[in-house]
Design a protein around this ligand. Sequence first.
Ligand SMILES: Nc1ncnc2c1ncn2[C@@H]1O[C@H](COP(=O)(O)OP(=O)(O)OP(=O)(O)O)[C@@H](O)[C@H]1O
Ligand SMILES: [Mg+2]
Length: 316
Amino acid sequence: MILCIGLTPTVQRTMRFDRFVVGSVNRAAQTIVTASGKAVNVARVLTTLGANPRLFHAVGGDSGRFVTRTLAGEGLSVETFDAGDDAPTRTCTTLLFGDGTPTTELVEESKPLSEDIVTQIYRAADAQMLHARAVACSGSLTSGAPTDFYARFVKLGRERGVRVVVDAQGEPLRAALRERPFLVKPNRDEAAATLGLTLTGNADADARTAVNALLEAGAEWALVSMGKAGSLLGGRESAKRYRFTPPAVAAVNPIGSGDSLTAGLLYALVERGESVPDAATLGTACGAANALSLTSGVLRTTDVWALLPEVTVSVS
Ligand SMILES: Nc1ncnc2c1ncn2[C@@H]1O[C@H](COP(=O)(O)OP(=O)(O)OP(=O)(O)O)[C@@H](O)[C@H]1O
Ligand SMILES: [Mg+2]
């Protein structure tokens, strides 16, 4: 089993516009409402790939009931905690444009969770860790959660020999790094902001700086993603750096590609027993496959297997 832990699920409204004019009335050509959020996306992609994830999260209000119903309909295994009607699950909106305007995200912040709910999630996930092969901690924490929420799982994982992957930024990531996580997967901007790095604008040099800084800060492996340019992976045990480049795809919506990268990597590690560099290759195919679908954190396995041989890896 792979545990997927996150505190900020969302109702995801994806709206596609043929053209869009700020300050005018714009009618969507298509609107899709799904359940999403980083941990939800990781759990969904793992399920699609055929792994056995269990998602731990809290939802509230009617929007939370929608998330619970939707995920049940998709066959996800979820341990849901009820944050109550006072803490309704947020809605985030993705705007896709047919006129070349870049994809735009409108993010509603999550409501704070009570200390009681956070403790319940922590205890439940902690108990399940005994049966887990890996843990994914994904996304921002709400204001009710302690900033070491993920760091505690990293520490427990290290003590119990369970690999914990963290995709977060800011203090939750810094706290996790202090506990020496198995792997961290921020994107380049998140890594730079978290560690106060100055970026030069040279994508490869910046990724290298970020990977080195994350390893220095405590990660065993650091995978820094950079959208369609791919990602850079490094491990503490060796000076080798692995540069992954996805095939060029006709991207429809790349949001959730990072979560798909994490899920693909975990799937290959746990279910196929692959090394981290090999697992990141499958992860890269998953990131590209996600970009092909209209909604985030959704991919087709046929796309993954078709794209996998086209992923290039160079070692330096
Ligand atoms: N347009 C694209 N075409 C092909 N592959 C892509 C594209 N966008 C992303 N990917 C793949 O997915 C990986 C992760 O994407 P990205 O760096 O955008 O993650 P992210 O910023 O964490 O995204 P999110 O947090 O929305 O999931 C990239 O390293 C790349 O391999
Ligand atoms: Mg991300």
